[in-house]
Design a binder for this molecule. Structure first.
Ligand SMILES: [Zn+2]
Length: 227
């Protein structure tokens, strides 16, 4: 009889312990179980925009690596479309850029991503243009919501005064997985050019994106563990 009481007590304690572990995890790891593919734009033969020897592809990769760390710290399962200075085209592709983008899309799909984040840097002939911004394609209504959530963080933490825009680029109209194109700032603006090369600022961008992603998932009730 006593033994049975002990068993019940031990099992109750274990259940409570498991529940509290889950609650603590959900609080500290809000992105637990969420699969995110990070897509550092350009790479290899395609440097993207540039200023002297400062190449967009390198900054995209550096920011993406910070983003990978931030998202993982918050519990997400992360994948990168590239981890090095490479493009994803094949020697058999007659259209290299299209081949590169096609393989990025395949990776997003094959990773079973809940969402994707494409990381780029902007350029404009008028050098006063500055600020991070988010672009989306309306193929999926989720895209605009995600874009707005990240843009809100860019406004509050980076002081960006830019706005969410639509894009019609090949890559973004060919996937229904929720996701956005993030332009982290303008390489053509001297102040922002210095900031974008600074690791601390890169981290700041990464945590703003992460916050935006968490808030979007929370608002849409898409977190896998309720906080
Ligand atoms: Zn780009």
């Amino acid at each position: 009889m006593l033994k049975r009481k002990y068993y019940t007590l031990i099992i109750t304690i274990l259940i409570l312990l498991l529940l509290s572990i889950q609650m603590i995890s959900a609080k500290t790891l809000p992105l637990m179980g969420i699969i995110i593919t990070i897509d550092p734009g350009h790479g290899g033969r395609d440097s993207g925009t540039l200023y002297g020897d400062i190449l967009e592809k390198d900054l995209n990769l550096a920011i993406s690596k910070q983003l990978e760390e931030e998202l993982s710290k918050n519990g997400a399962i992360t994948y990168m479309t590239r981890n090095d200075d490479i493009d994803l085209s094949s020697i058999y592709d007659s259209r290299k850029k299209r081949g590169d983008l096609y393989r990025r899309l395949l990776l997003i799909k094959n990773n079973n991503s809940d969402l994707y984040l494409s990381i780029h840097i902007n350029w404009y002939q008028n050098s006063t243009y500055k600020g991070a911004e988010v672009l989306y394609h309306s193929i999926n209504p989720e895209n605009e919501l995600l874009a707005n959530s990240i843009m809100k963080e860019f406004e509050t933490t980076l002081g960006s005064t830019r706005e969410v825009k639509k894009t019609d680029l090949y890559m973004y109209k060919n996937t229904t997985t929720p996701g956005v194109l993030i332009e982290c700032g303008y390489l053509s603006n001297s102040t922002e050019r210095s900031l974008l090369q600074d690791e601390k600022y890169q981290k700041k961008i990464a945590s703003a994106i992460t916050e935006g992603v968490i808030n979007y998932l929370k608002e849409q009730k898409k977190l896998k563990y309720i906080v």
